[in-house]
Ligand binder design. Structure first.
Ligand code: R5P
Length: 281
């Protein structure tokens, strides 16, 4: 059975279309005092259940824990947890004394009531090791690469070194050249992109990243490439958080901005449903 997490309803509909899984809805509400409520709308007793629920923003994280508890309470036989966007993944280490490893904290809670865990483009592979149950990170790069082809790019580009493997995978998928820029983070909202020796003059490029949050990284990367003479710059990512007015900010410099439906919104032009459907099959 596919359990339709409130954060990922459209994605679940698409997965159900591809797999013919029986789907169980989840009623959810927030009480006036801010507490979260959920209720499974079907009988899960004795069933293998796959819950699909992104954990952003925070309310959806709480809903996931409650869905897992409801599945246990109501006799689900196996619980597979699919978190298309796993929040807090960027705090995958304790950067300063006194800090938690947030990505590990949530992994420990999820695995208490789960048999298998899956996510898409986890910010860091090491998050998989935080789980003691079976855990898998699925790459969205093949679907993003195929969508990128509609922009007719000459190059795929990673905005930083950390994203090289992802962009390389995407470029290999569609047989394109790839490169990366060098990023230096000044503070939470400011990044400086150093020019790299790629000739983008008169070319069309797609910059691919795992996350767009404030849009600072993408905006600087796009500006840099335009200054170097790129004709068209498109920005794509797996997880479009678009904090504050990030999307509007990016649309000022980029020829287009797109993301997947790991977080559902108007720029979710690429679906990860086929990847999750494959995993379920
Ligand atoms: C960083 O390592 C990530 O891959 C993204 O580049 C980053 O999270 C994007 O954040 P922002 O949009 O706030 O610059």
């Amino acid at each position: 059975m596919l359990i339709k997490g409130p954060a990922s309803t459209e994605l679940c509909d698409k997965i159900a279309d591809e797999t013919d899984e029986e789907m169980v809805g989840v009623r959810s509400k927030v009480f006036p005092d801010g507490e979260v409520y959920i209720k499974l709308e079907g009988d899960v007793e004795g069933e293998r259940c796959t819950v699909v629920q992104t954990t952003y923003p925070n309310q959806h994280l709480l809903e996931l824990y409650m869905i897992q508890d409801a599945l246990k309470e109501n006799g689900a036989k196996i619980i597979d947890v699919v978190v298309p966007y796993y929040s807090y993944a960027r705090q995958d280490q304790s950067f300063e004394k006194g800090e938690p490893i947030s990505a590990r904290a949530f992994a420990k809670r999820i695995e208490l009531q789960a048999d298998n865990f899956y996510s898409i483009d986890l910010h860091s592979e090491k998050i998989i090791d935080f789980f003691s149950i079976s855990a898998e990170n699925i790459s969205a790069m093949p679907v993003l690469a195929n969508y990128s082809k509609t922009k007719e790019p000459d190059y795929l580009i990673s905005p930083d070194e950390g994203g090289i493997e992802r962009v390389k995978k995407a470029a290999d998928e569609i047989g394109l050249e790839w490169d990366h820029l060098e990023k230096k983070r000044i503070d939470a909202k400011t990044v400086n992109i150093q020019p790299k020796s790629i000739d983008v003059k008169g070319k069309s490029v797609v910059i691919l990243d795992d996350i767009i949050s404030t849009g600072g990284t993408m905006k600087e990367a796009a500006k840099q490439l335009k200054e170097e003479g790129a004709d068209e710059v498109h920005a794509g990512c797996t997880h479009g958080l678009f904090a504050e007015n990030a999307l509007e900010k990016l649309e000022e410099v980029c020829d287009s901005v797109f993301c997947t439906d790991t977080i559902e919104q108007k720029s979710s032009e690429v679906s990860v449903a086929p990847l999750i459907a494959d995993m379920i099959r």
